[in-house]
Design a binder for this molecule. Structure first.
Ligand SMILES: [Cu+2]
Length: 255
């Protein structure tokens, strides 16, 4: 039933663990709206028939005396409360608050710019080199401190983000210039990229593939070009192999 409803609503393919929960919430809300729609339509035609002027030549100053409409209202409020308390809030708490451990995750930093995505990986040691906001400039978007040994194996790329399937991903998102927004529809994640802030998000991709990254804030003339960003979800072996082809250090490699 849920599959069918997802198809009817044209929900895009989902490839992250919490994505299913997001879709289910959307579907439940639509079920409630369908029920309300049917109820209101029935009442609409009943009212047209029941209160036709020929049937009611004189106004009735007393009106309805039963409480049927109040009971129906209570049921609708309870349904909405249930959606909020048992689906929306727990989903939000899980997707936004409960971060996985960094040691079990692929940790990445992303700095958006007009009009591309810059990506930094901690390399084999799993540790980012020291960074200092004072050092940020055009050829050092992440403010990398050049002589820190932890940074020697860090890798920096653009446009494409590689992650490992079935392993949590934590991305620290920032921006070099204006407000962008990191959106991967298949992962059901969206987070604004704001200059001067570093905002973490997390998700667990559960299906290998290449997924489009969109910028979800109109950020200038080349805004739509940011859609060439790609999230590549692959096996650990493929990820390691890819990482090994990158030149470590502060240098950027364009791929
Ligand atoms: Cu943008």
């Amino acid at each position: 039933m849920m599959e069918l409803m997802a198809k009817w609503l044209w929900l895009p393919p989902v490839a992250s663990e919490h994505g299913k929960g997001v879709d289910n919430l959307i579907i439940y809300i639509h079920w409630l709206m369908v029920a309300l729609f049917i109820g209101w339509i029935i009442y609409f035609f009943y009212a047209i028939f029941r209160f036709h002027h020929k049937r009611n030549p004189k106004a009735d100053y007393v009106g309805v005396k039963n409480h049927a409409s109040s009971y129906i209202e209570v049921v609708v409020v309870l349904a909405e409360f249930a959606l909020l308390a048992f689906f929306a809030i727990p989903l939000w708490a899980k997707a936004v608050d409960k971060f996985p451990e960094e040691k079990d995750s692929t940790v990445i930093q992303v700095v958006a710019q007009q009009f591309d995505w810059n990506v930094r990986y901690p390399g084999k040691d799993g540790m980012f080199g020291k960074q200092d906001m004072q050092l940020v400039k055009d050829n050092n978007l992440f403010g990398v401190v050049a002589d820190d040994p932890n940074g020697k194996d860090d890798v920096q790329t653009q446009t494409q983000i590689h992650v490992v399937v079935n392993k949590p991903v934590i991305i620290y998102i920032s921006s070099k210039d204006v407000i962008h927004s990191f959106k991967v529809i298949a992962m059901r994640v969206t987070q604004d990229a704001i200059p001067g802030m570093r905002i973490p998000i997390h998700f667990t991709p559960n299906k290998e593939g290449t997924y489009q990254i969109n910028c979800a804030q109109l950020c200038g003339g080349g805004h739509s070009g940011m859609s060439r960003g790609m999230l590549i979800v692959e096996s650990q072996a493929a990820f390691d192999k890819w990482l090994a082809t990158k030149t470590p250090g502060a240098a950027v490699s364009f791929e």
